[in-house]
Design a protein around this ligand. Sequence first.
Ligand SMILES: Nc1ncnc2c1ncn2[C@@H]1O[C@H](COP(=O)(O)OP(=O)(O)OP(=O)(O)O)[C@@H](O)[C@H]1O
Length: 249
Amino acid sequence: MTDAILETRSLFKSFGALKATDDVSITLRPGEIHAIIGPNGAGKSTLIGQISGALTPDNGQVLLNGQDVTHAAPPQRARAGLGRTFQISQLAMEDTVLQNALLGALGASGRPWRFLRPALGDPALRAAATSALERVGLQDHLATRTAELSHGQRRLLEVAVALTLRPRAFVMDEPMAGLGTEGSARLTRLLDGLRRQAPILLVEHDMDAVFALADRISVLVYGRIIATGTVAEIRANPAVRDAYLGDQA
Ligand SMILES: Nc1ncnc2c1ncn2[C@@H]1O[C@H](COP(=O)(O)OP(=O)(O)OP(=O)(O)O)[C@@H](O)[C@H]1O
């Protein structure tokens, strides 16, 4: 038994002769931010792909709330409580901020897309969408066309869309990418509070954000976890300094 909300057990995934995921077992516990760091090509996206259902592992298991979702399709995982944000934005740029959040809420309701029009007037879905937008601080931009948002605001909207699913766990792939200092600081504050709502598995290259947020860090190198520990433990780990952090430690 485990108290993990999300867990991988001995995952393996190869592309030809390349072992992109090599015996990876990680847990995400209630209330924590668990960061996955490592050099380019270490296998972070491949790992996230197997957790989200975009990729099928060659071996091993993915568990969500103790339920085996290794072979579940991404929408099934979302309904089982997995909220995620993507490296590449999935937002509908021509739609308004509120419409994007409503689309997320509609997806979470499990209703077919052909009910989109009536759904847009559904008070329960509107409440879910507006409360998620308030949570990320976009309540003054409900009618703004998404294309007009700044890059940082789009990132916040992506988190709001994920929130409409009322996730039990978040998986975030480089949410800080492309954000300036102010945008990173704002998103860091948001994620800091969000962990109490649902723990976050965070793949991130921005070490300031990782060191500020992570309860635990796992370091992935050539598909393998070489260390898991607190920020202080990871910063002081000679193998990690060698393989990745260098003078950033
Ligand atoms: N579909 C694929 N086919 C073949 N090789 C792949 C495929 N996807 C990833 N790889 C290889 O698997 C390894 C791990 O890639 P992955 O994108 O998971 O790393 P990453 O840690 O996310 O890198 P980055 O930090 O640059 O995003 C790399 O060597 C990559 O070239």
